[in-house]
Design a protein around this ligand. Sequence first.
Ligand SMILES: *Cc1c(COP(=O)(O)O)cnc(C)c1O
Length: 382
Amino acid sequence: MNSPVYLDYAATTPVDPRVADLMSRHLTMDGIFANPASRSHMLGWQAEQTVENARRQVADAIGADPREIVWTSGATEADNLALIGYMRANRARGRHLITSTIEHKAIIDSAMALVEEGFDVTWLKPDADGRISPASLSDAMRDDTLLVSLMAVNNELGSINDLAALAKVAHANGAIFHTDAAQALGRIALNVKHLGIDMMSLSAHKAYGPKGIGALYVRRDAQLRLEALIHGGGHERGMRSGTLATHQIAGMGEAMAIATAEHNEDQQRIRQLRDRLLQGLSDINGVHCNTQTDSAVPNILNLAFDKVDGESLLMALRDIAISTGSACNSASVEPSHVLKEIGVPRPLALASLRFSIGRFTTEADIDHALDALHHALTGLRR
Ligand SMILES: *Cc1c(COP(=O)(O)O)cnc(C)c1O
């Protein structure tokens, strides 16, 4: 059996071979394997150099200072640290947090955990295009609002929030602005200073780096304090203890550097592939675009198919690796919370598929997917 065509890059990306090569040189006895916190020998200093070089690469990718980057195990942990760490550290000043109903589960569940601790959460609803309007944020702001957290790019739809406008509203009312940018790096321009972002969550594995490593950007400001969630040796200026994973960190730095350098080229090629996919479907009836392509990243296309059962469609498309709704909910058959929130009717939401294209996708992959789709849809609708 041929291995399926991979069109699930929004769930995770393969590690770029250039990144894997660099990582492999940070594992074994003949590589840079030592503990970056070992101050007593040269091997430790070398590992520290690797970590600091990667910290600069990540900082450069988002226009930050290296001292503003905190390593975490991924965007999930960065989201937890941003929301829970910030609200707990500032509980004396207020108890209100604003986020949205179409965030990733890492944000939604962190906010729910804060409700358990006595904090108040306002859940903003998206417009039909999957974006949060600055006006709705403005209406929700209160005197005791400490933090606003709204994602940069939605992982199911690809919709892009206007971060600059949203951050401006948060700041005008004295709140801090956090964004989950796991899906955004390498897809849209992300300069924290230009956009006015105070905290930003990043993940390596959504941008051709390894799984298990991410970062939280925390703007340098004495007022911006976080309470640590993981206690130990006081690494990362006390915000996140634990021995730094040199090989993972080196991999993330390199992946972010490549993503920035090749951003335009990658996105242009991917847009052409996305348009090829759309064009190839134009002769099939009853295909709805859940993604509003003019305000979304080109690598994600969420489509709904009329008059078919979602499960049967997925079965018939075994040759293509794709997601129904978000990969993170694929264990349950409930329609995706994101599709529900933008008003996709339940049967259509259940028959929606997310195609996500990436650096290694070819025209042949798209054509193969189109053949499979034509075949499956004619078969199932007959
Ligand atoms: C993948 C993803 C996460 C989780 O990132 P991990 O590094 O896998 O923990 C969080 N938010 C969004 C928007 C994502 O796409």
